[in-house]
Design a protein. Structure first.
Length: 159
């Protein structure tokens, strides 16, 4: 921030502090998001809509989902990172997804049981509209971020 003298009301000086009204939005993550990860984000958005609308606080549901996540996630991790002749190094988010996906799938199945879903689609139009709108808003945000990203010059340096 910087102070500047301005005149107001007949020329009387006053000090005005100003700063950028809106700092540039950090769009690097969204701008660099590939299609596969965008799809995964939409899965999460759909899951969160179902979770918000059909939440069940019974500990059994969540403990079972957590247990399945541990068992299946470990199997996926071993099958992904340690099944070949050499160990494949996975980053922490890849490992987290190997455990998160089984947790979300098992809790999703338990939450929608006997709720008249058709596959993964809500029994009413409001739930489907919420999920589709959330995914559309996210995808629009990704598209806007990609358009706002500075173009790369020669050698991959942003200019």
């Amino acid at each position: 921030m910087r102070a500047e003298k301005h005149t107001r009301n007949g020329g009387a000086p006053c000090c005005v502090l100003y700063a950028k009204v809106m700092p540039p939005v950090k769009t690097g993550y969204l701008a660099n998001l590939n299609t596969a990860r965008s799809v995964l984000w939409c899965y999460l958005i759909w899951y969160l809509v179902v979770l918000a609308r059909y939440f069940d606080g019974s500990p059994g549901l969540w403990l079972t989902s957590f247990g399945l996540s541990g068992i299946i996630g470990t199997g996926l991790y071993l099958g992904t990172a340690h099944s070949g002749r050499t160990v494949t190094r996975l980053d922490r988010w890849q490992i987290a997804r190997l455990y998160l996906m089984p947790f979300c799938v098992s809790s999703f199945a338990a939450l929608i049981k006997d709720k008249h879903f058709w596959l993964v689609f809500h029994p009413d139009w409001e739930g489907n509209l919420l999920g589709i709108s959330g995914c559309a808003l996210f995808c629009a945000s990704v598209r806007i971020a990609k358009r706002q990203q500075p173009e790369t010059g020669a050698g991959g340096v942003t200019g």
